[in-house]
Design a protein around this ligand. Sequence first.
Ligand SMILES: [Zn+2]
Ligand SMILES: [Zn+2]
Length: 356
Amino acid sequence: MQSCIKTAIGKVEMLDIPMPAPGPGEMVVKTTLSTVCGTDMHFLDEGPTELLVALYPPLAGFLAGLPGLPMGHEGVGTVHALGEGVTRFQPGERVIACCNVGCGKCLQCHTGDYSICTGGGRVIFGTQGEYFVVPFADINATKVPDEVSDEQAILATDIMSTGFAAIERAEMKIGDSVAIFAQGPVGLCATAGARARGAGLVITVESVPERIEASKRFGANVVINPKEKDPALEIMSLTNGKGADVTVEAVGLQETFEQATRAVRPGGTVSSVGVYGVLPQVWMATMAPSFRHRKIVTTLCPGGYDRLNHLLDIIRYGKVDLSALFTHRMKLSQTPEAYDLFRDKREGVLKIALTP
Ligand SMILES: [Zn+2]
Ligand SMILES: [Zn+2]
């Protein structure tokens, strides 16, 4: 089968690899939709695959005999084969799985934090291939209702869950002012999540014209262009000198994190959801009064099948439709070209739908 493989740092190619066989608890899914994510760029460009294996030791067995790292962690498909012990699925069912899979047994999984599993959980790899493997399928996958499209469902596997969780973990109250730094795919999901949860004033920070437009469509009242104004000062002004109740950092840069700490009101919450890659540290003015009484929360995409079901329900019943994030459609065989397009942020790209 064809799969997009990282064969060197910064290099992906479509290669023929053996069909995966499902191990105990695993399920093999025939891909109907895949996509490229900002996190793929970190996995591709920042260091060798060995670093990932050190982070996720269970990957060592998965990668044995492969010519490199199968890329992609966001996917939709139909159940192709079930491993021993999988009971919640039947062949042919349309399914998704959270990009962070948990074992379902460790302390973290037991408290619902599947994405920080310490019992063998890891990131899914290989959704940019004709088939992909879901570990611990009964814990991490769910069926997709007929009325939810592939393009809606795939967002629940990562960026919708992540962006919404940035708002949920900040415990945003109805009517709160929220400022979101960067309106890439995850930032836009945070904007939609703030709106869905009942935010008052939603301010976003973005300079790319297509993303400014998308931000307004997804619920921003005001978009600040950081090339024209100092975002933190502008947020202070828009909130009558108070600061935003919640600020969200959604790009993973030191500068925007620091701005988020400056723009939050004393007693408010800074919610960090960007992927910082190799960023060594963040700087905060600990002498500022606002530092002494506020919350900083960080979030990895929450998983588990109940989380997926909640997201599918807000799509089905809450009429939240984020599928406008798909700006481009390409064939799975063109995945390497999709990486180039995504990396260069050409043509207003947000999400690229990759179909077999
Ligand atoms: Zn992702
Ligand atoms: Zn676990």
